[in-house]
Design a protein around this ligand. Sequence first.
Ligand code: DQA
Length: 170
Amino acid sequence: MALRGRKDDVPVEADAAGEPAPSLIRILHGPNLNLLGERDPEHYGSETLAEIEHLAMQRGEVLGLATEFFHTNHEGELVEAVQAAGRQAQGIIINPGALTHYSRALADAIDAVDIPVVEVHLSNIHARDEWRRTSVTAPCVTAIIAGFRQMGYVFAIDAMSGFLNEFAAA
Ligand code: DQA
């Protein structure tokens, strides 16, 4: 799986100074999100996916979280990315795109992971077409953020930091 963000050669367990590695958040994007910047700016804003990833990465740095990014237009690849993140990361932020509305395979994959999952939508899916108002993944995630455009990813990083601190304190 080709991941962007943290370099593969950075050890997961500890950095050079022996400090524990920061928690790793995988940010997964589903179908058509590679078209951001040109696709339906009224709903999705004018930022590209790369610009949104940069924002999320910067927010992660501020909060001491490492971020990695993955985009696919294919349902099975997104399922595999969720499974892999469940083994390798401490949190998942996912925008499943249209798979949100019908992919029970993706919902099952999310349900099977044991780490916090935040679902993000750039647009307010409840204020659009009828078919977008149902999220089959929603019952399986920890929290949902919708309608804040690119800022939703920043808020999702904040939320993830909160969840991880809460778990650490428990
Ligand atoms: C989306 C909303 C979905 O309905 C749509 O299919 C997308 C993007 C959003 O970010 O608002 O691809 O997930």
